[in-house]
Each structure stands twice: as structure tokens, then as C-alpha cells.
Ligand binder design. Sequence first.
Ligand code: 8DG
Length: 133
Amino acid sequence: MKAIPVCAAIIRKGDRILVAQRNHHDELGLKWEFPGGKLEPNETAEECMVRELFEEFGIQSKVKGFLGENTHDYGNKKVCLKAYFVEHLSGEFQIRVHQSVKWVHYSELKDLDWAPADIKLVELLLDHYGYRS
Ligand SMILES: Nc1nc2c([nH]c(=O)n2[C@H]2C[C@H](O)[C@@H](COP(=O)(O)OP(=O)(O)OP(=O)(O)O)O2)c(=O)[nH]1
């Protein structure tokens, strides 16, 4: 099974990271994720990130770097989740598709009920910032 490429944004404010809860109507409903979505044909990961963050929150943003990726087999589909560091440039966050969003301190990231594909990325992120719980 070919993995579907999905871009996920890591947006930091001080010691907190923006996390989003998937809508209860959607697959993986109420699980926490990094905002983003599927790469469209002929789109770069950077374009995908900027587009998704505008669709989901109405904000302007810029990709600053790449954290890493994790491929996860959900059984019915395989997802290759690629995490990018993204800077929020302008615009107030409007919650357009998610159930809710919140800014979570590094020390509390591991306590969330994550979409399974995200767990390894959260570990990678904590390593990246040198945060040990
Ligand atoms: N955006 C995002 N998706 C994730 C994460 N972790 C994870 O397993 N996924 C999965 C859920 C979905 O199967 C897929 C992304 O699909 P999506 O429904 O959010 O993206 P989309 O808006 O482009 O999709 P669509 O409804 O237009 O088909 O990746 C994550 O951290 N962020």
C-alpha cells in the first residue's frame, strides 16, 4: 500500500505548541493532531502547509524548516506524516474545521490523545528541543 503524504505544522509560541483536535465527524474524530492535510498533486510541501493553514485557520504562514516524518499504517490506509516548523505571520486564528485548538506546553504534549501517526513525531519534537520529561 502506498503511503499518502500529509503535511503537519509545528507552530510554536514560547514554550507552547499549537495542537488541534480533529472534528468529531471526521476519521480519527477527537484525536489531537498537528494542523495540516494531504499534499495535492503538483504542490510542494511548503505550498501545502501554507494552503492548509489558511483553509483551517485563516492565517498567513511561512515554512521555516523540517522536523522529520513518520509513516503509519492505519490498516485501511497508510499515511506518511511530514512535520514542518511553521511561523505564523499574520491573521487571527479562526477555528474553521477542528473541534478545538490549544497551545500546549512541551511538558504536557505527551499527555494528549494523539492520532497514532503523531506519537513518534511528538517524541522527535521533544528530542529536537532537548526536552526530557
Ligand atoms: N493534518 C493531519 N493529519 C493527520 C495527522 N496525523 C494523522 O494521522 N493524520 C491523518 C488523518 C488523515 O487520514 C490524514 C490527513 O487528512 P485530512 O482529512 O486531515 O486532510 P485533508 O483536509 O487534506 O483531507 P480531505 O478531507 O480533503 O480528504 O492524515 C496530523 O497530525 N495532521
